[in-house]
Design a protein. Structure first.
Length: 727
């Protein structure tokens, strides 16, 4: 690579170099010549000295000029040389010296290029002619030979210099090219370095952003979880008094006879009805807020199973039909014939449909409501259309936002959460939701659920896993063998990356493990129908995890109770629990330290079972005394009471043979998981194929971290109520 040499300088450098060689050579030759001449022909010594001086002076001038004017330096040098030859030739009268002009032509060709060569040849020809004819009186043949010799030299020099110049030009071009390339390469390298630097910076910034995003995401998730816990706790606290309000107001409005036949005067009843409705609304609102926060925190379990969408649509329409007809609205249901089975969480999809239908009924004052269900491409589409007042265009964008009430003036009874929750439920099914509306021209709200992949057929229920929200092909399956169906959602809520299939007996477990290609079977050896779980017959790669599970049956078995109801207890729940007894109870002992709860339960029982004797007790000791003396057919027992608790009462009951048979229904403010927080028993993990050393170490590690880390307790989360939101 050539750096720092400009191509135009290359020729000058070469010429200068040649000139620098020619000067001393010329000077020495001239000197030798002069000496020779002086030795041989003394009479011409003056001319010889003049010629030598001329050569030396012109060389000196040329040397002085060369750095500033190269071409002038050459011209001076050539002129000096020519003049010296002319002087010599003329003085000596030697025709042979005329050949020296060829030397001049040669030097010009070497130093000045082809055009100058021809000019030099012409000049020298003229000189030969003049000197040859005038000074030397040469004959034409001799002159012709001299001139021919000169032109031959010129031609040869021209040829040689041409080659030289071509090579030089090529070299110059190459040098230029190489220099350009080098410059370009340098530029590109600089650019590449710049780009690399910015890339590095961008990468660092990206890394920082990713880190910040991760932190933000973690913080957001934490906030969501915190919010969900907070909402769960607050809603739990709110629901207890609220349920009392609902329970009492419901009794006053629906069963005034329970107040000794003294009905409320009608204005009071109207107000009581308003209290009842508002309390119900508040309760629905709490459920909605709870649902929303659970969805946001990713804790909303989805129990998707093969379901007939057409049937769900019909059921939902039937629920609102009476209401719609009462409002003189025509309800049309149009369902396409070939709706395939879909993987749905029926409760949630019914909840979505009920929300859309109740909205349509609520807001439409006259006209019709149409529900349509059909398949378009790879989606099942459901649309609810109404001829109602519509929604202002500017409000549509917040349709699916929480607390968005978009209507103009019409009823504002809703919470503004229905569409937001419905939207999220549809999304949890992998679907989408939309709303079209124009003020004065009705509203259409629809959703699409993707059809299952493959041939669109859903396998028959026995073979179907229960995929949850995050159902992905790489989620592995574990089978849970237990009667308590709540366990599936418990596991799904707390164990990531797996889907759980619940079966209720050993034979089904055996079949399901094989059909679902499960990696593990979880079973409870104390559970009657699962204690023979096919641990021994499991495929070699399936791990059997035997452990006591937190279930109602376990608690029932441990405490010897008939049922477990978590507060707030509704009338329906209580009556359903009582209905489990072999015969309707003739006497019931209600034990709770909250007198209001006792009064409500008592009122419900007295109204529904008028002949039943009810004992109301507010502490454990008194309860035990009544139990001993009055022998009630049923005890409704609160577990947590100051002093002698519900547990103490249960222990005392177990110890006394006379009381041991009395059925007990637990009414507890704490959830089942909380009540069964400490489960005694052992965990066994087995696999026919054995475990690798790594797996074994990881198992121990997982066990240790599960036992030592302060993970959130199961009890921290109040399981959301799968409820509907009729208007
Ligand atoms: P809400 O519990 O208040 O009904 P939604 O999220 O279901 O909450 O609905 C939000 C708002 O959207 C409603 O308050 C109402 O203003 C408007 N809206 C929803 N559906 C309809 C409809 N079919 N016709 C007119 N307005 C509607």
């Amino acid at each position: 690579m050539i750096h720092g040499v400009r191509p135009s300088n290359v020729t000058s450098d070469l010429v200068t170099e040649s000139l620098q060689t020619l000067w001393p050579v010329t000077a020495i030759l001239a000197w030798l010549w002069t000496a020779g001449v002086m030795l041989t022909a003394e009479r011409h010594s003056t001319h010889a000295w003049v010629a030598l001086a001329l050569v030396l002076v012109t060389i000196g001038i040329s040397h002085w000029l060369a750095p500033v004017r190269l071409w002038a330096a050459i011209a001076v040098y050539v002129a000096g040389l020519t003049a010296a030859i002319t002087i010599f030739t003329t003085a000596l009268g030697a025709a042979g010296l005329l050949y020296l002009y060829s030397l001049v032509v040669l030097i010009v060709a070497l130093l000045m290029g082809d055009r100058a060569t021809w000019y030099a040849a012409l000049g020298c020809t003229a000189l030969i002619l003049v000197i040859g004819t005038r000074a030397l009186g040469l004959a034409w043949p001799m002159l012709t030979a001299q001139i021919a010799m000169l032109w031959l030299t010129a031609f040869t020099a021209w040829l040689g210099s041409r080659r030289l110049l071509t090579a030089l030009a090529w070299t110059l071009n190459m040098t230029r090219e190489a220099q350009r390339n080098a410059q370009e390469a340098q530029d590109s390298r600089a650019q590449a370095q710049l780009a690399l630097k910015s890339l590095d910076e961008a990468y660092v910034r990206l890394e920082r952003t990713t880190e910040a995003l991760m932190f933000a995401r973690e913080a957001a998730e934490k906030a969501y979880r915190f919010k969900a816990d907070f909402v769960a706790n607050v809603s739990h606290e709110l629901r207890t008094p609220l349920n009392l309000i609902i329970g009492f107001s419901e009794m006053m409005v629906m069963a005034p006879e329970s107040y000794g036949g003294v009905g409320l005067p009608s204005p009071y009843r109207g107000d009581m009805m308003a209290i009842y409705r508002s309390a119900k609304h508040l309760s629905d609102l709490i459920n909605d807020v709870l649902d929303l926060s659970q969805i946001e925190a990713g804790r909303m379990p989805m129990h998707r199973e093969p379901a007939d969408l057409a049937q769900i649509v019909r059921e939902a329409a039937d629920i609102v039909r009476g209401w719609a007809e009462a409002r003189q609205l025509r309800l049309m249901v149009e369902i396409a014939d070939a709706l395939p089975l879909l993987r749905l969480d029926r409760t949630r999809i019914r909840q979505v449909l009920l929300n859309l239908l109740t909205n349509a009924t609520r807001f439409t004052t006259a006209g019709w409501i149409r529900v349509q269900a059909h398949v378009v491409d790879r989606d099942a589409i459901v649309e609810v259309q109404d001829s109602g007042p519509g929604i202002p265009r500017e409000n549509l964008s917040m349709a699916f936002e929480a607390f968005g009430q978009m209507g103009s003036d019409h009823a504002r009874e809703g919470s503004g959460l229905g569409l937001a929750i419905s939207h999220k439920f549809v999304e949890l099914h992998g679907g989408r939701m939309w709303i079209h509306s124009e003020e004065g021209h009705g509203t259409t709200v629809g959703f699409a659920i993707p059809l299952p992949d493959g041939d669109r057929d859903v396998p028959p229920p026995a073979l179907v896993r229960s995929p949850t929200t995050h159902d992905t092909p790489d989620r592995r399956t574990a089978v849970v063998c237990h009667k308590d169906a709540r366990l599936q959602s418990l596991f799904e809520r707390y164990v990531d990356g797996y889907q759980f299939i619940q079966v209720s007996d050993a034979a089904a477990a055996d079949r399901m493990v094989r059909e679902s290609d499960a990696v593990a079977l979880i079973h409870d050896a104390t559970e009657a129908d699962c204690n023979e779980a096919p641990a021994g017959n499991l495929p070699a790669h399936v791990t059997s995890i035997e452990c006591p599970l937190p279930s109602l049956w376990r608690l029932g078995g441990a405490l010897g109770v008939t049922d477990f109801l978590a507060k707030p207890v509704t009338r329906d729940q209580l009556l359903r629990a009582v209905a489990q007894l072999a015969a309707p109870p003739k006497s019931v002992l209600i034990v709770d330290d909250d007198p209001d709860v006792v009064r409500l339960l008592s009122r419900i029982l007295r109204t529904e079972l008028p002949s039943c004797q009810v004992f109301e007790v507010f502490n454990g000791e008194k309860a035990l005394e009544i139990a001993r003396t009055r022998r009630p057919d049923l005890i409704l027992l609160d577990l947590l009471m100051p002093g002698f608790s519900g547990y103490d009462l249960l222990r005392a009951r177990a110890a006394e043979p006379d009381l041991a048979g009395t059925p007990v229904i637990i009414i507890s403010a704490r959830s089942l998981e909380q009540e069964s927080a400490h489960i005694r028993g052992e965990v066994r993990i087995k696999r026919a194929a054995g475990f690798t050393a790594t797996e074994m170490v990881q198992l121990v590690g997982a066990a240790l971290s599960a036992l030592t880390q302060s993970s959130p307790s199961l009890a921290a989360i109040d399981p959301p109520l799968p409820g509907t939101r009729p208007g």
